[in-house]
Design a binder for this molecule. Structure first.
Ligand code: 5GP
Length: 169
């Protein structure tokens, strides 16, 4: 199946560089931990981390919130590393209703990190149910189901180098 491109590989590369420069400057005096939310963020996080101009560590959270293309609104964090006194930058693939990221943030705050910020590759504001503060954002997308650059449809298409629209019926 051919997936129609929405955001090209070139645009993604340019945006990752811009975000990395901004984060590198803002976090120049911090003990930065990139905390990726699996699985969707792993491609974005890998590119972002390699483009940063400052030292950084990474870790990952496994969260269950989706079956097929529908949000359940409920999440379960399978693994949460110790974040006490860390400068945490959450790295997400897409913010849709906002339920997942807000629940994750609440869990993380309990661990008392020194600072907590959010970087998301994509934002789909049309379906927002809760307000979300995105500190670093790549692109806004329309109310479509998107895949590629880490994002899947039933585990497929994560390897596409661009973001495209999956034709959900
Ligand atoms: P939220 O709780 O904000 O509704 O859901 C966020 C999660 O839902 C994302 O991390 C992602 O895993 C999934 N998601 C939301 N919209 C899309 C989409 O258009 N495509 C894909 N592949 N996943 C999505």
């Amino acid at each position: 199946m051919k997936i129609q491109s929405l955001i090209s590989e070139r645009r993604i590369k340019r945006k990752v560089k811009e975000l990395a420069e901004e984060i590198s400057w803002d976090c120049r005096n911090k003990d930065l931990l990139l905390l990726g939310i699996l699985k969707g963020s792993f491609v974005f996080l890998a590119d972002l981390m390699r483009t940063l101009e400052i030292p950084a560590e990474c870790d990952f959270l496994k969260v269950r919130s989706y079956a097929g293309d529908k949000s359940s609104g409920k999440i379960r964090i399978d693994f949460l590393p110790s974040l006490k006194k860390r400068d945490v930058l959450l790295v997400e693939d897409i913010i849709d209703t906002g339920l997942t990221i807000n629940s994750i943030k609440e869990e993380i705050k309990k661990q008392k990190p020194r600072s907590l910020k959010l970087c998301s590759l994509l934002n789909k504001p049309a379906r927002r149910k809760q307000k979300v503060k995105i500190d670093y954002l790549g692109f806004e997308v329309p109310d479509k189901f998107v895949v590629g650059y880490g994002l899947d449809y039933e585990e497929k298409f994560r390897n596409l180098p661009y973001v495209g629209i999956y034709p959900v019926k």
